[in-house]
Design a protein. Structure first.
Length: 436
């Protein structure tokens, strides 16, 4: 078996565990979305969606999204056998998570009344923001926890944690619905589920670090003589900015602009369409998480052919799965939405049909984007995402006032096309330069 075959076999194994966990989690998450949508109805579901989007948007501007940096630098020092430095970095990244989580919570509570007036447009809705904001500092350490589990190949644990957390959350949501607690009760259920998820993540990290002789990591000094602060900080800035842009595009920006220009109903339809199509993205996400550490290792071995082949095989394998799924969704979107969510949500059919192209294009182009990070050039990935996002935002403001949720879907499709084109062109340019 060739080296690339061995790497790909390991990649498939790790991806399989992540996919299994995310698939189970997706079932619970999808069922949760169906229950909430049916219980709240279109208007209240739209209000609920805007609340989540507003709080999460604030978070992405503050959260440094450390998992990629933690994966790289904790992994590097562990490979070098520097246990004390590994412990110091773990403490460093957890402290970043804690500080940004608390700051995000404070900002969300301060701006709640402003959001109620201009976005939610429903008196008394600021209490929903106050409740959901608790999730910000509860979940913030999870990024470092999951990075640690990835570094030590604990993909089975990641799969289990994701599944059990989604199961617990849907149980709490069902209780809130049965008790007829409305949006407030559902948000409390979210916060409670996230808190239990935090405890489970931290417990598995504790076991993992003890297993590798890294217990007592919290007692270590953060800074050591050759601490690469500038390099790590620069890496964090790029990955954080990129992650913020991606989250804005993936989850929040369209909903907020729709809420402002077109109202809660349009925001609810768009939110439902995006949530429904997560079934496709849930397949791509595990492969992205698993391929990144492997691409770093292959690139450091200075084997450009294996590097390119790994990306090609991952992209081809992904296409064989998500393209047929996309075709089925496109053809039967109306029937599926009406059956699952109810007839009033059938209005999201054309939104789903447009977005399915956007999701497939974006997911298939994600591996070339990941390659820029693996080669140590996060700035290029950030520049490409920024250009594509400018196109997206511009089109949102042009199309949404006239075409509502359809305009938002067309804007996202344009974003995906621009992003894919720029990723491919720059990847080929790099490979030609490296080969020459």
């Amino acid at each position: 078996m060739s080296q690339i075959d061995e790497i790909y076999k390991k990649l498939v194994t790790n991806t399989s565990w992540l996919f299994a966990g995310k698939s189970v989690g997706s079932i619970f998450s999808g069922l949760q979305g169906i229950l909430i949508a049916r219980y709240l109805g279109l208007v209240q579901f739209g209000l609920f969606s805007i609340v989540l989007a507003f709080v999460d948007v604030l978070n992405i501007f503050i959260d440094l999204r450390v998992w990629e940096a933690a994966t790289k630098y904790v992994g590097d020092y562990w490979k070098e056998g520097e246990k004390d430095k590994v412990c110091s970095l773990i403490k460093f990244f957890y402290l970043i998570d804690l500080v940004t989580g608390i700051l995000a919570f404070i900002v969300a509570t301060i701006t709640a009344e402003l959001a109620t007036k201009y976005l939610l447009k429903t008196p008394g809705s600021e209490v929903f923001i106050y409740v959901y904001a608790f999730s910000l500092f509860i979940t913030s350490p999870n990024t470092t926890s999951k990075a640690i589990l990835r570094v030590f190949d604990k993909f089975k644990a990641i799969a289990f944690i994701g599944s059990i957390q989604n199961f617990i959350k849907i149980v709490f949501v069902i209780i809130a619905i049965v008790l007829d607690k409305g949006i407030y009760g559902i948000l409390v259920a979210f916060v409670a589920g996230n808190f239990i998820g935090f405890l489970i993540n931290f417990y598995y990290v504790h076991l993992t670090l003890n297993e590798h002789g890294l217990n007592g990591w919290w007692k270590k000094k953060i800074f050591f003589p050759d601490f690469r602060f500038r390099e790590i900080f620069r890496f964090l800035l790029h990955t954080s900015f990129y992650g913020s842009l991606k989250a804005l595009k993936d989850k929040y920006l369209g909903i907020l602009i729709l809420g402002y220009f077109a109202g809660k109903e349009a925001a609810g339809l768009y939110k439902l369409a995006r949530s429904f199509l997560k079934i496709i993205s849930k397949i791509a996400d595990p492969l992205y998480e698993a391929i990144y550490p492997e691409l770093v290792k292959v690139y450091e071995s200075d084997n450009i052919d294996n590097f390119v082949n790994l990306i090609k095989r991952a992209t081809t394998g992904m296409a064989k799965i998500i393209v047929p799924m996309g075709i089925v969704v496109f053809i039967f979107a109306d029937q599926i939405l009406s059956l699952i969510y109810g007839s009033e949500f059938g209005l999201a059919t054309n939104v789903v049909r447009i977005l399915v192209f956007a999701v497939i294009i974006s997911d298939l182009a994600s591996f070339t984007s990941t390659s820029f990070l693996a080669i140590g050039n996060p700035g290029l990935r950030t520049k490409i995402e920024t250009i594509a996002l400018v196109v997206y935002i511009t089109l949102l403001f042009i199309l949404v006032p006239y075409f509502a949720q359809i305009g938002a879907a067309l804007s996202l499709l344009a974003f995906s096309l621009v992003l894919a084109l720029l990723n491919i062109v720059n990847f080929k340019r790099y490979i030609l330069k490296k080969s020459g």
